[in-house]
Design a protein. Structure first.
Ligand code: PLP
Length: 348
């Protein structure tokens, strides 16, 4: 059986929760500069925001080294993952992605009439690029790669991935979801964006929900071949769902390098603390290059969640590869201490 996200027990009232470690958010954001820009822009709320959105596209084009027609904007990257799936799979076909991986694009592809070819990660938790390439057939419309991957937090070798995208995109488009890449050791140096600049049929998505701490403000973008983006835009327009204040906040956040560095440092600190704790408990998590950690638990996911929710700590549980897992997002140090106290009581 392949990975399937299961429905967790009802999450307790979030206002009473001591540690909110469930959605891979950023507890340190948004940046003060972004919040101020957002508030100021509210007073332009009577106008459509096309001109400020175009300014942001120009800014992103410079940042990514691509041209503006290689960029599509959306209220979060989910919007772009889903739009791409809706357009590509309206006449069926299959999508190849890792088992387990982030399911939003795959779920929409399936709902639209497509099917999923799941390829298990390698023993060291990377995408099995050889097996993914071998799985391509006449019905394959897209290869989807999440790098770093969710829910495993693991990263695939940059050079191998670059070579794969470069070659395979001659046959079918390759979609690389880089939601967490800023948090990985080399940061955006490992991005596939340069392949888009070269004109390859590669999609890359980024989000402001993670390092920028703007999950509730909704902003993301997709880079891609200009013809592929035009084909998607023809059916479902990018950018229309984004609010003006969010555009102002995103632009300000891109300029606030001090804040972005601070977030990275704090995530490193929370990750090191949690890894050391798990190690002391004799638990071996997967290596993490993101703002979350996944580790095996020797009990059923729903029983585990019930116990940890009782302690006002919210996390996720998953089951794949015949193993139960807990995925904990990295919060503030105070939240991580609530988490480790809870684990100490539950997993003795
Ligand atoms: N891609 C991955 C791998 C994610 O984990 C998430 C959210 O957790 C998203 C995309 C969607 O994020 P958003 O729609 O907030 O940009």
């Amino acid at each position: 059986p392949v990975f399937d996200e299961f429905t967790p027990p009802k999450i307790p009232d979030l206002s009473t929760v001591k540690a909110r470690l469930v959605w891979n958010e950023n507890p340190h954001g948004p940046s003060k500069m972004a919040a101020e820009a957002f508030q100021k822009a509210v007073w332009d709320g009577n106008h459509y925001s096309w001109s400020t959105l175009n300014d942001l596209v120009e800014k992103i084009a410079v940042f990514e080294g691509v041209s503006p027609d290689q960029i599509m904007m959306g209220p979060g990257s989910s919007d772009l993952l889903e739009k791409t799936a809706l357009v590509l799979f309206q006449d069926g076909g299959n999508v190849i992605s890792a088992d387990p991986s982030y399911m939003s694009l795959v779920s929409v592809a399936k709902a639209a009439g497509g099917s999923w070819k799941a390829i298990k990660l390698t023993d060291d938790y990377q995408h099995d690029l050889d097996a993914m390439e071998a799985a391509i057939d006449a019905d394959t419309k897209l290869v989807y790669i999440t790098n770093p991957n969710n829910p495993t937090a693991t990263i695939t070798n940059t050079e191998k991935l670059k070579d794969f995208c470069s070659r395979v995109s001659e046959r079918v488009p390759v979609f690389v979801d880089e939601a967490y890449l800023e948090l990985a050791p080399g940061g955006l140096e490992g991005s596939m964006a340069p392949l888009v600049a070269e004109g390859k049929n590669v999609f890359v998505t980024r989000t402001f929900s993670k390092i920028h701490g703007m999950a509730g403000l909704r902003m993301g973008y997709m880079l891609g071949h200009k013809d592929s983006l035009a084909a998607i835009n023809e059916i479902t327009r990018g950018g229309m769902g984004i609010s003006g204040p969010t555009i102002a906040a995103a632009s300000a956040s891109m300029d606030d390098s001090e804040y972005l560095e601070m977030c990275k440092t704090k995530f490193d600190e929370a990750r090191n603390y949690t890894m050391a704790f798990l190690d002391k408990k004799g638990i071996t998590p997967m290596p993490s290059t993101t703002n979350f950690i996944i580790f095996p638990i020797e009990m059923e996911g729903d029983a585990f969640l019930e116990q940890i929710y009782e302690r006002k700590v919210v996390v996720r549980a998953f089951k794949f590869w015949d193993q139960n897992w807990c995925r904990v997002s990295l919060g503030t140090m105070e939240e991580m201490k609530h988490f480790t106290d809870a684990i100490d009581e539950i997993l003795v």
